[in-house]
Ligand binder design. Structure first.
Ligand code: HSE
Length: 307
């Protein structure tokens, strides 16, 4: 293959009770990337549209992920990447992850698919580490695999792919204030009490069971987070009100998307998700910053090749 164009989806990491271990893939929001073989070895980022991001490979998450994978694959040619960013940086819906996941997918494709998408996660995580200071997989894994991705263990990597219940939709509101993942990680406590850990384990087990059983009420009851939400919610304008209106308008549950500032609500059916979107829009109608709202189905496949 000489060239390939791909769609790299946005993702919701954590999904409330799964800090750093659970994420889901969104279907209608994402970047586009274009890859072309070049004679000279190495990687070049030719152009980035839609965001002011560095073209220097070592300073760009796509570049760092690409370098990590090229080091492994050692092809006797190089690759040129063009990135069309549609996911805003610092939004909390996996903007850096889309670039990192896209980079490794595109390069793997040009090289003839020597690795599986699951094997690519490790290399995409190296790009994520540049953006957040920690090589977490809860955005890159769902971006590459689709559906829900659950990270049972980082060392060794053990990632489980889970199909989303068919009627599950996500409403996402992105208040356009910038909140860097690195900063949102720095406000977290370094330890939690045993009682808190017990409740969080209960909710995470409940959420996973609810997803497997397509038990929407169980999903809703389990969307609670005591690890990060108490600290991070303070950084998000109107957090309590947005969560409250989401629940009042039929959402199963609501929380912070990744490191924020975006918030998500999971809903049964598109109609409920749209109602929640309208209610959230009213809450921010007078805000002095822009808000973007998306209603998305769960993307079952992750990164997609475009013709
Ligand atoms: N699990 C990460 C965090 C996701 O919450 O910091 C960042 O997108």
């Amino acid at each position: 293959m000489e060239a390939i164009k791909i769609f790299c989806p946005a993702t919701i990491a954590n999904v409330s009770c799964g800090f750093d271990v659970l994420g889901l893939c969104l279907d209608s929001v994402g970047d586009e990337m274009y890859f072309e073989k070049r004679a000279e070895k190495g990687v070049v980022i030719k152009e980035i549209t839609g965001a002011d991001l560095p073209l220097e490979v070592e300073k760009n998450v796509a570049g760092v992920a690409a370098l990590a994978l090229l080091e492994k694959l050692q092809p006797d040619f190089g690759i040129e990447i063009t990135i069309h960013k549609k996911i805003k940086a610092g939004s909390g819906i996996g903007s850096s992850a889309a670039s990192a996941a896209g980079a490794v997918y595109g390069i793997n494709a040009i090289c003839g698919y020597p690795l599986t998408n699951k094997e690519l996660i490790y290399y995409a995580m190296q790009g994520e580490a540049l953006a957040s200071g920690a090589p977490h997989a809860d955005n890159v894994a769902p971006a590459l695999l689709g559906g829900f991705a659950f990270i049972r263990s980082y060392e060794p990597m053990d990632i489980i792919e889970i199909k989303a219940p068919s009627e599950l939709y996500a409403t996402v509101i992105h208040p356009q204030i910038e909140l860097r993942t690195m900063d949102a990680r720095s406000v977290l406590k370094k330890s939690v009490s045993l009682q808190t850990a017990i409740r969080q384990c209960g909710n995470l087990g409940g959420l996973m069971s609810g997803i497997f059983l397509s038990d929407y009420d169980l999903i809703g009851r389990s969307l609670q987070d005591e690890f990060v939400e108490p600290m991070r919610s303070l950084l998000i304008p109107n957090f309590d009100r947005l969560k409250q209106v989401a629940l009042e308008n039929g959402a199963l549950g609501s929380g912070i998307s990744g490191a924020g500032p975006s918030m998500f609500a999971l809903c049964k059916g598109k109609e409920n998700a749209q109602r929640v979107a309208l209610a959230m829009r009213e809450v921010v109608a007078d805000a002095d910053y822009a808000n973007e709202i998306h209603v998305c189905a769960i993307n079952p496949n992750g990164v997609k090749e475009l013709r």
